[in-house]
Design a protein around this ligand. Structure first.
Ligand code: FPP
Length: 248
């Protein structure tokens, strides 16, 4: 309970050891299911339950921004049956968890290209964003049809269009203006990227935002089994890192 923050108590000193901005690649659902002789979709169902549990815990730990990778721009390559199962889970999750967000003081945002998503999912996404916009606790970014390269390309295109329209000049294309044009806009940089399941890569996740992030790869656990104590293990490892941001 070292990192635990109760809403009613002052922020304990240990909170400085908790990352302000955390990204999680929720990996290993398929392998978790296969190990149990179950269809891959069963891994996503349990993975979605884990996601709900860990989201709440992150808020209570004092994390300010949490981004989870729910569906990448590359995940459309999966069998249609699996894509449908993930979309159905999202639909169900969005309907059920609105109450969670309200209760836990969580502000929800979706990052990614919404255009190819089904109309009913898009509506639920907007509803979740609008009804939690005033929340002052943790901001939860759900990355859905998200890809870091796509995000940067879209941001560059938006700035190019503004130059063409005469609103800004090429000299106004700066790190700051490009960052503002990303889905995450004025959110601070990512401090820690967490990936269970033994894969050691970023997979096109938050590539701009994680320029100086620390990485914790947890090869001994698959996402559906992920527990609060695993998060605390990752925070303990994060607290041991000496972050220099290019300095000495
Ligand atoms: C990665 O595991 C997981 C995904 C691509 C989907 C993540 C989806 C969920 C956790 C459930 C739905 C999400 C929400 C927000 C309700 P994998 O399938 O690549 O696992 P593998 O590498 O073992 O095959």
């Amino acid at each position: 309970m070292l990192f635990f923050k109760k809403k009613t108590t002052p922020v304990p000193l240990e909170e400085r050891l908790v990352p302000q901005n955390l990204g999680i690649i929720m990996d290993g659902n398929g392998r978790w299911a296969r190990k149990r002789g179950l269809p891959r979709q069963a891994g996503h169902v349990t993975g979605a339950q884990t996601f709900r549990k860990i989201t709440k815990y992150c808020e209570r730990c004092g994390i300010r921004y949490l981004t989870v990778y729910a569906f990448s721009t590359e995940n459309w390559k999966r069998p249609q049956e699996e894509v449908d199962a993930i979309m159905n889970l999202l639909h169900q999750y969005l309907r059920e968890s609105l109450a969670d967000f309200q209760k836990e003081n969580i502000r929800v945002r979706f990052i990614g290209d919404r255009a190819p998503l089904a109309e009913d999912i898009r509506q639920l996404m907007e509803e979740a964003e609008e009804s939690t916009a005033h929340k002052e606790g943790m901001t939860l970014n759900i990355a859905l049809n998200y890809g870091g390269q796509q995000e940067i390309t879209a941001a560059a295109r938006r700035l190019a269009e503004r130059v063409q329209a005469g609103e800004i000049t090429p000299a106004d294309v700066t790190e700051e203006s490009l960052q503002q044009a990303l889905y995450t806009e004025d959110q601070p940089p990512v401090d820690l990227i967490l990936r269970p399941s033994g894969e050691y890569r970023l997979s096109n996740f938050l590539i701009w935002q994680s320029a100086y992030a620390e990485f914790v790869f947890m090869e001994d656990i698959l996402w559906p089994d992920f527990k609060e104590s695993d998060l605390e293990r990752a925070f303990a490892e994060f607290a041991r890192r000496n972050r220099r941001f290019g300095g000495v």
